[in-house]
Write a protein that binds this ligand. Sequence first.
Ligand SMILES: NC(=[NH2+])NCCC[C@H](N)C(=O)O
Ligand SMILES: [Mn+2]
Ligand SMILES: [Mn+2]
Length: 296
Amino acid sequence: MMKKVSLLGVPMDLGQARRGVDMGPSAMRYAGVIERLEKLGYDVRDYGNVVVDERSIEEASHENLKNLSAVVNTSIRIRETVQQMIDDEAFPLLLGGDHSMSIGTLAAITARHENLGVIWYDAHGDLNIPSTSPTGNIHGMPLAVNLGLGHELLTNIGAKKLKPENIVLIGSRDLDEGERVLIKELGIKVFTMHEVDMLGMATVMEQTLQHLAHTDGIHLSLDLDGLDPMECPGVGTPVLGGLTYRESHLAMELLAASGRVTSAEFVEVNPILDERNKTAQVAVALIASLFGDQLL
Ligand SMILES: NC(=[NH2+])NCCC[C@H](N)C(=O)O
Ligand SMILES: [Mn+2]
Ligand SMILES: [Mn+2]
C-alpha cells in the first residue's frame, strides 16, 4: 500500500432523511483517525471537509430523488478533490457522511482505472433507481449510479462506469425487490449474511479477492451499517443480524495483507444516534487494520 494517505471528510446528510450523519467525519476525526495513521507511518494529508450544499425545501422530493441538485453539486466537488488526491499519488480515504457521497468518490476513481474493483461492505445493496426506490433517498442508489443506472444528472457525474463483474457485495441482508432483480440480471457477486455464516469471513475474503483478481485496484466502500447495530448503533438505517466487529476486523486485515486496496471510504456514521462515539471508534479501528495495524 502507498505510504501517503489523503483524507477528506464529507459531512453529507442529503442522501437520506435522518439528520446527524453530517457529523460522521468529525466523530471519526475525534476518535483519532489521523493519529492512528501517522503512528502506522503514513504521511497524512488532510483536505478537511468538502463543502456540502444546503437542503432546499422546494427540492424536498423531485422524481423520487430527494435533494437531487444539492447531491449533484456536492458530488462534483467530491470528485474534484478526489482527483487531486490521485494526482498527488496518495491513497484517497474518505469519511462520511451518507452513502450518496460514493457517487462523487467513484466518479473520480473509476476515471483513473481501466478495470476498478469495488467491495460494497453494507447491509444494503444501494442499487435502487428512482423507479424502484421505496424512499427516494439517494443513499440507496449510489452503486446503481456508478453502473450507469438512474437519473442522468447523477450518472453523468462520472465518465466511466463500473463493470458488474468487478463488484462484490458483503454483508447484504436488506435488499429491495428492484435490487434483487438487478443483482440477478447483472450477475453481481453477493455474499449475503447467509454466505458469511456458512463460509466464514476468511473464505468470504479469499473468494472476494479471487473474484476481483483481474481488476487493477480495489475501492472499499464500507457502510458502518454492514456491522451489527449492537456494535455500531450510530447509523441511520440499522438492520439486525449484521457482521461483527471481529469479522470486520479480520476482513480488513486480509485486505491489508492482499495489498490490493487502492482507495476507501467509511460512511454512514451518525453520532447523534450513537452511544459514546462507539461507531466512530469501530470505524477508526477498522481503518487502522486496513492500513496494516498488527498486534505483533
Ligand atoms: N446507504 C444506506 N444506508 N442505504 C440504505 C438504503 C435503504 C433502502 N434500500 C432505500 O433505498 O432507501
Ligand atoms: Mn447501508
Ligand atoms: Mn450503504
